[in-house]
Design a protein around this ligand. Sequence first.
Ligand code: 1CP
Length: 341
Amino acid sequence: MNSSLLVRACRGELTERPPVWFMRQAGRSLPEYRKLREGVPMLESCQRPDMVVEITMQPVRRYGVDAAIFFSDIVVPLKAAGVDVEIQPGVGPVVAEPIRTRADLPRLRPLERDDVWFITESVGALVQELGTTPLIGFAGAPFTLASYLVEGGPSRHHERTKALMHSDPDLWHELLARVARISSTFLQVQIDAGASAIQLFDSWAGALSRSDYERFVLPHSASILREITSVPRIHFGVGTAEFLPLIAEAGADVVGVDWRLPLDEAARRVPGKALQGNLDPALVLADTSVIDAEVDRIIAEGRSAPGHVFNLGHGVLPSTDPDVLAHVVDRVQAAGGDSGA
Ligand code: 1CP
C-alpha cells in the first residue's frame, strides 16, 4: 500500500499525476447514500460497520477516486467517550451540555479503544474490500472539536470559545489537551486497523487570528501529529492562508489549502510540504469549460509543491451533481496519461 499514488504524493515524491479524492465524497450529494441512510440517525449509521463500509465504498465505485475517506464524523469519538452529542439533520453536531467551566471538564473522559470497537471492525473490513485503494482515516483537530463542545453546536463566530481561551487560558489548555488525547486515540485505532493515511480536520481554525492560533491551538494539534509516524499526515483548515506556515509547523506532511490561495503561492509559503486542494467546491456547479480550466490550472500550479493531492478546497456541497465530480476525476486522472493508482 505504501506505493499507492496517494501515499507517494503525500510523501513528496514526484508522481505522474496528482491523486484525486474529495472531502465529503461519502454522503450528501449521492442518491445511493440518502437512500441507505433513510430512517437511520447519522451517528447510529457511523456505529454500524455494514453501513460504514457501504457508504465509504459508494464514491469509490462511482468515481474511481484514488483514495477512500472513512465514513464517520469528527464527533463520533466524543460520543464514544460519553459526551451527549447528536447530529441533527440540517444543523450538524449538537451537544446537550456544553463544556464551559472547570466543573464541566471531568465529563470529558479519555477515549478507550474498546469504546470504538466498531471503528476497528469497519476499518478492517474496508481495507479488505478496498484492495489497492488506500483508506484515509481522520479526526477533528482540537480547536474545531472544542468549538462544538463549548458553543454547544455549529457556530458562526465561535464567540464563547474565543472568550474562554482568553479569559481562562489554563482551562482552555486543559480542555484542548483532553480533546487532543481523544482524537489521537481515534486516529491510532484507525491506523492500527489499516488506514494508509490520516487527515486532521481543523475546519474552523481560519476564524482565529494568527497569534491566537499559535498560542492556543498549534501546540495541541502538534501533539497529535507528532505521535503519528507510520502513515502520512494531512492537516486541513479553511481560511488559514494568513498563517499557513503555522499550519505547516504543526507537523503534517501535507498542508490542505482551500480555494482562496493558488497552490504556487501556497508552495512558497510552506516550502518542502506537499499540498492538498484546491478547487472551489462552488465552481463544480459552473459550466464544464470553467471547471476544466480550473482543474488544469490547479494541476499546473500544484507542480510547484513537492507533492500534490488534488481535492476540493472544502467539502462537497450537497447540491453537487455527482456526474460533474466523476468528470473532474476523469480529467485529473487523464492528466498523467493513465488512470491507474
Ligand atoms: O445526515 C447526514 O447525511 C449528515 C451530514 C453529515 C455527513 C455525511 C455530517 C454531519 N457528517 C457527515 C460525515 C462526515 N463528517 C465525514 C465523512 C466522510 C467524507 O468526507 O465523505 C467527514 C470526514 C466529516 C468530518 C466533519 N464533520 C467535519 C470536518 C470536515 C468539514 O467538512 O469541514 C466537520 C466540521 C463536521 C461536523 C459536521 N458534521 C455534520 C455536519 C453537517 C457538520 C458541520 C456542521 C457545521 O457547519 O458546523
